[in-house]
Design a protein around this ligand. Structure first.
Ligand code: GDP
Length: 294
């Protein structure tokens, strides 16, 4: 991931390496190159512009031009700006000792069901007692997929029935939580191939009844900026508290990750880095920035 971006940022900065003082024009041309690299990585235009302006202002303010190690200093400013673009401080979904109910929402194919199972495994390893809920009332195949994944990670799965009303689902969840002393309920909601009004209505209704403590939107990073328009639509219709970006392992460019915070205003909580149940990582903006800089 980010291979090309890493190389281009390094190449741009390496041209200044070993040099004492550089001119303002050289600084600007380096930053122009970084801006082009960001745009080619499918980073939102406004994010790329703001990024470069910030680095330039800081570089001039810190008198990088007069420094004896301009390349190192620019690299460190780029690192800070990348960390900020990725969200600054790491954020995690709120987790209380009990009564946690998280919604997973997203388009079909985004990796929502896989992520539900990954989260169940992740928190089970941390000593939690998760319950998975397969809440697609229209697609039995989606429920079966979660049942199989639940078995794989050793977490019980409650399946809703066809066209089950949310009130019934709520009662069944309460019962399962009580009987199994479950402290984290992960609800894999229905997904469709596109944003669809009927689906949004259904999700909003389920949300009103179940009152989730977190609503995680699962986005396919490989779809780039498109994923972020999907995010805006979901947030408008049902409200989102944080993001999970999947398939980062297949996303050579990285534009969605770098623009998500700015475009959606939501933190990235986790990233998916493989198809396997263990392929989920808590997201740390600073570590990702280091990774990008190679
Ligand atoms: P859903 O329709 O949103 O529930 O999506 P699925 O969970 O069925 O995932 C769709 C496809 O993406 C499946 O083939 C998953 O194995 C794959 N997938 C999900 N997350 C990741 C990931 O982080 N990395 C990779 N490489 N594949 C993933």
């Amino acid at each position: 991931m980010f291979e090309n971006l890493t190389k281009r940022i390094r190449d741009a900065v390496d041209r200044l390496r070993g040099r004492g003082r550089i001119s303002e024009e050289e600084l600007k041309s380096t930053l122009r190159e970084i801006r082009r690299a960001l745009i080619d990585a499918d980073v939102n235009l406004e994010v790329a512009r703001a990024f470069v302006q910030k680095v330039e202002a800081e570089a001039l303010g810190q008198k990088v031009l007069e420094s004896l190690t301009p390349a190192e200093q620019i690299l460190s400013l780029v690192y800070e700006a990348l960390t900020e673009a990725l969200g600054g401080e790491a954020s995690q979904p709120a987790l209380r000792s009990e009564g946690n109910l998280w919604f997973l929402v997203g388009l079909q194919g985004s990796g929502k069901t896989t992520t539900a199972a990954k989260l169940a495994r992740y928190y089970k390893e941390k000593g939690r007692r998760p319950l998975l809920v397969a809440a697609d009332t229209q697609r039995p195949a989606a429920r079966e997929q979660l049942r199989i994944l639940g078995e794989k990670v050793g977490v019980p799965v409650l399946e809703v029935a066809d066209r089950e009303p949310p009130e019934v689902t709520q009662r069944r969840i309460q019962e399962a939580v009580r009987q199994g002393a479950r402290d984290l309920v992960l609800v894999d909601t229905a997904g469709r191939l596109q944003i669809d009004e009927a689906l949004m209505e259904e999700l909003a209704r389920l949300k009103r009844v179940l009152q989730p403590t977190e609503t995680l939107l699962v986005l396919d990073a490989m779809t780039g900026q498109e994923a972020l328009s999907v995010a805006r639509a979901f947030d408008e219709k049902i409200g989102v508290s944080g993001l999970v970006l999947t398939k980062l392992d297949g996303d050579a460019r990285g534009g969605a990750a770098l623009s998500a915070r700015h475009v959606t205003g939501k933190p990235i909580y986790f990233v998916g880095v493989s198809e396997r149940p263990e392929g989920l990582e808590a997201f740390y903006p600073d570590r990702m920035a280091s990774r990008i800089l190679g």
